[in-house]
Design a protein. Structure first.
Length: 449
């Protein structure tokens, strides 16, 4: 098998909503504060056990991992800042109606150059494995179709940009698969089997990561990291939910929801550990990133001892970040443009800076105990007014700064980004044929440590 040569020169010079609409019924993840507080306490209890396995926990530990994980001054969180690039996002063409990409894998050098020139250091490539995988044999990979990823890594090296390789769709799972086209207008071709309950599918998932581990072995962790799967959650069936209700008869719905959330984290951790072991067997020092469970918002305590960086996604409050978002139809039902702080129809404040701080509190516990985190996605869709977006970003990024963590917007070019957002009311500046939101760019630059 060809292995990517990281010294080879270059050849030229969402996110989804945190909850999907399942057959017209919204199933949002739980944001129960007591659950988060329990997880925070658990983090403290396991911190001493975890530290020796975490890149960047101390100078000695960083050296043990090749010294390749960038460290903040106070802890081991990567201070990478940047964007998601979507050129290999999905083989389902409906998404191209909403994101200005061709889904051809041709990552643009201008993107890397401008990201570097503006002071950012990180890109995530959320990708659909079907671009390079045989539909009849999930272990058969077309290496020619992987070469665009090689090129993206080369561009990252050329411009000093870290490249995070991410399976937005993996064999056996995609957060998009529950979308109902009748509600959203978006047709998604779902996975036929699940890596949660089908062993060959889980093997195919591990095979994907073993392939990438071989291909990029030798590339520094400063250059490349692996993000196992986007926004995992355990798709509990109605039968499983009913069985759990019976076993917890008499307990409140909130307790049942927490039990489902905990079971989901364990199920995901089992899958993640299989992939982690597959990668480590080939490239023991590779920096691996795990999204939070419950769709990217919940800690995964079962992975604390694996040396894996955990990545929350921040779209809170969703009534602001996904206002009039097409794939959020069915649960994001707000009709009046949001404000910040967010108010209900009667003018009562229902979310503000403190609410964001509460949402992020469990991740604060991770930072204090040197369990590294990095916010792999965040942002607000194009229909949220520009003044509201700026005010929300101002508070959100301040609070992320208190966690000493890096972050990335869901788009660079597109409705969550700084270029070509089509956000009404924005004073755009022409930038080489693109429409630049200079005010947002300046705010982002001001929040980088």
């Amino acid at each position: 098998m060809k292995r990517y040569n990281h010294n080879e020169p270059g050849t030229d010079g969402i996110a989804v909503v945190r909850t999907s609409v399942y057959k017209g019924k919204a199933q949002p993840p739980s944001f129960d504060p007591s659950r988060r507080q329990a997880l925070k306490s658990l983090a403290g209890a396991v911190a001493a056990m975890t530290l020796p396995l975490i890149p960047g926990g101390t100078a000695a530990q960083a050296a043990a991992h090749g010294g390749n994980t960038p460290e903040s001054k106070l802890d081991g969180n990567p201070r990478w800042y940047g964007f998601n690039l979507l050129e290999y996002f999905s083989t389902d063409p409906d998404w191209m109606k909403y994101f200005p990409y061709k889904d051809d894998g041709l990552f643009k050098e201008d993107d890397f150059r401008w990201i570097r020139d503006w002071g950012f250091t990180w890109v995530r490539l959320p990708m659909d494995y079907r671009f390079w995988t045989d539909s009849h044999d999930l272990k058969k990979i077309d290496e020619k179709k992987v070469e665009p990823i090689d090129r993206a890594v080369r561009l990252g090296e050329k411009y000093g940009i870290h490249v995070n390789i991410s399976l937005h769709r993996a064999p056996g799972f995609c957060v998009l698969d529950g979308l109902d086209p009748v509600v959203t207008g978006i047709h998604v071709t779902p996975e036929k089997t699940s890596f949660y309950n089908d062993s060959p599918t889980l093997d195919a998932f591990v095979h994907q990561w073993a392939f990438f581990a071989r291909r990029y072995k030798g590339s520094s962790n400063k250059q490349v990291s692996f993000n196992l799967v986007n926004e995992p959650f355990w798709p509990v069936t109605q039968a499983e939910r009913t069985q759990l209700r019976e076993s917890m008869k008499g307990q409140p719905k909130e307790a049942i929801d927490r039990a489902i959330e905990a079971r989901g984290a364990k199920e995901y951790a089992r899958v993640a550990r299989a992939a982690i072991e597959g990668i480590r067997a080939i490239d023991p020092q590779r920096l691996i990133v795990s999204d939070g469970s419950s769709g990217g918002v919940t800690l995964v305590p079962e992975l604390f001892g694996t040396g894996v960086l955990q990545s929350p996604h921040d779209y809170f409050p969703p009534e602001l970040t996904h206002f009039q978002c097409e794939w959020a139809r069915g649960w994001a039902t707000r009709t009046e443009p949001p404000t910040w702080p967010l108010k209900d129809s009667k003018g009562k404040v229902i979310a503000d800076r403190k609410a964001i701080a509460d949402f992020l509190r469990p991740w604060r516990g991770m930072a204090q105990h040197h369990i590294p985190i990095h916010f792999g996605e965040m942002g607000a869709y194009k229909h949220t007014p520009p003044d509201v977006v700026l005010a929300w970003f101002d508070d959100t990024l301040d609070l992320m700064g208190e966690l000493h963590s890096g972050w990335a917007l869901w788009n660079f070019r597109g409705p969550f980004g700084v270029l070509d957002t089509e956000r009404a009311g924005t004073k755009f500046e022409d930038w080489h044929g693109h429409q630049l939101d200079r005010a947002l760019l300046k705010l982002l630059q001001s929040k980088m440590a």
